[in-house]
Design a protein around this ligand. Structure first.
Ligand SMILES: [Zn+2]
Length: 154
């Protein structure tokens, strides 16, 4: 177990909150240098990686796709090795992706949503129908969703 350091940030430069934490040397030093609370530090790192091709944002949730490795045991994979089909909405050439190694970081806090807007949708195995929270929607609904999203952006 590495040594822990009491960390105090009087006022996080992102959210303005006071932060007390007990972190390893590396994290403690990074928080002090950046003058950020742990939560803002964590989410700003994901903002910096917003353009990473494996970062996935669906309905305000953050995920990462890690390499699929057929020899890896499912318990060592994201989401227990479940299969997910995704369609990226950011105009990339290979927009339809299937993965069995999807890791979630949980819901993106409201304060970071504008910097981490949705960039994908979950779809069926053909990438033709939207799958969201257990409900399958039609392709027309996907197109409407993309349109609304584009309108909001303008
Ligand atoms: Zn903060």
């Amino acid at each position: 177990m590495s040594e822990r350091y009491n960390t105090h940030i009087a006022q996080c430069r992102e959210c303005g909150e006071e932060h007390f934490g007990n972190w390893c040397e590396e994290v403690s030093a990074a928080l002090v240098e950046a003058q950020l609370c742990w939560s803002c530090f964590f989410w700003l790192r994901h903002v910096q990686q917003a353009g990473a091709p494996n970062q996935v944002r669906v309905e305000g949730q953050l995920y990462y796709i890690l390499p699929d490795n057929a020899t890896q045991v499912v318990s060592a994979k994201g989401s227990g090795g479940l299969t997910f089909h995704l369609k990226f909405l950011d105009g990339r050439a290979e927009s339809f992706v299937t993965t069995t190694n999807l890791w979630t970081c949980g819901p993106i806090p409201e304060a970071f949503r504008d910097r981490l807007p949705d960039n994908a949708v979950f779809t069926d195995h053909k990438g033709e129908r939207l799958v969201a929270r257990g409900a399958i929607r039609s392709w027309e609904e996907i197109e409407r969703y993309i349109e609304q999203r584009e309108r909001r952006r303008k």
